[in-house]
Design a protein around this ligand. Structure first.
Ligand code: HEC
Ligand code: HEC
Ligand code: HEC
Ligand code: HEC
Ligand code: HEC
Ligand code: HEC
Ligand code: HEC
Length: 411
């Protein structure tokens, strides 16, 4: 969900006009009835985490509930969040063009219709997104991977035109390797003409597994199987032990610093390496009003006073990635207070007796803001809605503070 908003439809609010214009601009392709292949293209979820279970039972159990583990998987009834019920399985672009989400046995399809006639149908093969914010869906055509036109938007619990897609059912968006680099554990490209999205299907490993943050694990497992008395972990990267903070941050920044320009192929970066040899990020502005808060937690945090003034702060100062820890402001606030407390004389300087500051530092200092990049239209005629992202630019937000204090006043 990382593409610029497609503003085109905004200008065409009138139903009929939208219908007419899209009628003219739709590529011919759309009018040739085509249907996805019937063979099942089952992709595998990386099974490597299961190899850690016997020796790291607690971490393994809690990791299975995290957004990283659930981030990508084969399409299934339990994996797809949107509804296939006849009341709510339709996305209408306008009076003439619709996409229906269909359940056919244990397969799921998106069927595009023009004036009630089916023009194209493709099956959901891969789900991207745990569903915290939304999900996008991919399908195979031969060995090429494409994104389906309709996505799911959690905030409204509804189907939506995929972010950045045109205002007609578009099945031709290729899925490049950098998408899989951030949303899976492995994938190998193959040469097939000039296609950017041809893969060795068997190489695609879904989910974000332990290796993405700990590097190769074979030697570690072999060593500890042979030496059960060994108390110290060997032949494995523990990000906490990487002495250089930049290298430590890079473990997360490979996926959490926005779209990057590659110098080396996607997936060649391994934890412990320096990310700047692999790819470069786009510059981040540290002015709060110009920040784009999507997917660049690294850039925003790095621009914050906390980060700049502390030599040790990294993502683990606030996150334990082996656990699912959401909607627990008191827990995160306790982590702020490891550095900000009355003993150190750098606690919050806001003077108020209305609220207990310690319960929720984050809604005042790291508020949830609308993303400027991710905008979704949930129905063709309604307003565009922004996705909301928790900013990692830690600062003083007087507007948010005012709202929160006003809200408590009303109670
Ligand atoms: C045969 C047992 C065994 C298996 C299997 C195993 N480990 Fe370990 N691992 C250990 C032991 C023992 C330690 C040291 C004690 C500890 O930190 O828990 C360790 C430590 C670690 C550490 C910390 C290293 C450090 O320097 O602090 C990491 C990270 C790790 N293991 C990851 C993994 C991952 C990922 C897997 C699965 C791919 C895995 N381990 C599978 C036994 C095992
Ligand atoms: C391989 C890419 C990748 C790496 C490496 C990675 N992440 Fe993520 N992370 C993601 C993606 C993709 C999501 C969105 C998952 C979803 O909801 O589908 C995510 C989600 C998250 C979330 C939100 C989950 C929640 O439960 O709210 C946190 C926090 C997070 N990552 C922290 C980290 C930290 C800290 C590191 C480094 C130690 C890291 N990530 C490394 C790709 C990655
Ligand atoms: C540079 C890494 C990167 C690339 C490339 C990337 N993503 Fe993401 N994506 C992320 C991260 C990180 C998040 C979580 C961001 C957050 O919560 O702020 C995310 C979130 C998402 C989500 C929402 C997941 C949820 O459950 O909330 C979807 C859906 C998604 N991406 C789809 C895609 C698709 C499809 C592509 C490729 C066509 C893609 N992304 C390319 C890193 C990336
Ligand atoms: C998103 C990145 C990420 C993923 C995925 C991940 N880890 Fe970790 N792991 C970390 C980080 C960061 C640390 C260091 C935490 C700290 O600062 O103490 C760590 C530390 C560890 C440690 C040593 C410290 C401890 O808590 O005992 C073990 C063992 C470990 N991880 C095992 C695993 C296993 C097993 C898996 C998969 C089931 C896994 N990790 C998945 C990022 C990750
Ligand atoms: C690793 C230590 C550390 C952690 C954790 C930490 N901070 Fe900070 N923070 C600092 C340091 C150091 C400064 C610089 C000022 C100072 O010395 O107090 C700072 C500055 C600030 C400022 C002033 C920002 C500005 O632009 O002037 C605010 C507000 C703040 N922190 C809030 C928070 C909140 C809220 C959290 C938790 C979400 C947090 N901090 C977590 C170390 C930390
Ligand atoms: C000072 C504390 C702090 C640090 C450091 C920090 N985070 Fe966060 N992060 C938070 C808080 C608080 C939330 C909101 C948790 C919730 O869902 O309630 C959050 C949420 C997230 C989310 C989910 C965003 C969303 O909009 O749902 C991602 C992804 C994430 N963090 C990644 C990272 C990464 C990567 C790093 C390191 C570059 C990092 N964080 C460093 C405090 C921090
Ligand atoms: C209701 C909103 C709100 C809450 C809750 C809140 N703060 Fe603040 N905080 C503010 C505002 C506003 C200021 C600026 C006060 C001023 O200068 O008038 C501030 C100031 C600060 C400063 C000093 C910044 C500087 O100028 O150097 C720090 C550090 C800080 N807060 C940390 C925290 C931490 C840690 C927590 C949680 C324990 C917290 N705040 C809870 C709104 C809040």
């Amino acid at each position: 969900m990382h593409v610029r908003p497609f503003k085109y439809w905004k200008k065409n609010k009138l139903l009929t006009l939208a219908g007419l214009i899209t009628f003219i601009v739709i590529p011919n392709l759309f009018f040739k009835p085509t249907t996805g292949t019937q063979d099942t293209n089952k992709n595998k979820v990386s099974s490597s985490a299961a190899q850690c279970q016997s020796c790291h039972q607690d971490i393994y159990n809690s990791y299975l509930k995290t957004a990283h583990y659930l981030d990508s998987r084969p399409a299934s009834a339990s994996g797809i969040r949107g509804s296939f019920h006849p009341d709510s399985n339709l996305y209408s672009f306008n009076l003439f063009m619709q996409v229906s989400m269909l359940k056919e046995g244990n397969r799921f399809a998106q069927s595009a219709r023009f004036n009630q006639e089916e023009m194209q149908k493709q099956y959901f093969d891969i789900v991207i997104g745990s569903g915290r914010k939304g999900q996008s869906f991919l399908y195979w055509k031969g060995n090429q991977l494409f994104q389906l036109p309709i996505s799911y938007f959690t905030a409204t619990n509804s189907w939506t035109n995929s972010p950045g897609f045109p205002s007609y059912p578009y099945f031709e968006r290729p899925v490049p390797l950098n998408c899989l680099e951030c949303h899976s554990s492995a994938a190998r490209k193959v040469t097939s003409g000039d296609a950017v999205n041809a893969y060795d299907k068997a190489s695609v490993m879904l989910s974000i597994n332990c290796e993405r943050c700990h590097g190769p694990t074979k030697e570690h497992i072999d060593h500890h199987l042979l030496n059960p008395g060994e108390k110290e972990g060997k032949f494995i990267v523990n990000p906490a032990s990487l002495a250089n903070r930049e290298i430590r941050m890079d473990v997360c920044a490979v996926c959490h610093s926005g779209i990057r320009q590659h110098k080396r192929p996607p997936f060649s970066f391994k934890p412990g390496m320096s990310l700047k040899d692999h790819s470069v990020g786009l510059p981040v502005s540290n002015k709060p009003d110009t920040l784009d808060v999507h997917g660049n937690q690294y850039g925003l945090l790095a621009a914050s006073e906390c980060y700049k003034s502390s030599a040790v702060m990294d993502c683990s100062s606030c996150h334990n990635v082996h656990r699912e820890e959401v909607n627990d402001p008191a827990l995160f606030s306790a982590r702020c207070m490891t550095c900000h407390n009355t003993e150190k004389k750098n606690f919050c300087t806001l003077e108020t007796d209305q609220i207990n500051l310690a319960e929720n530092c984050i809604d005042c200092h790291m508020p949830v803001l609308p993303s400027r990049k991710i905008q979704l239209s949930t129905a063709a005629i309604k307003k565009v809605q922004s996705d909301s992202i928790r900013t990692h630019f830690i600062s003083i937000y007087r507007e948010q503070t005012k709202k929160i204090l006003e809200r408590t006043n009303l109670k």
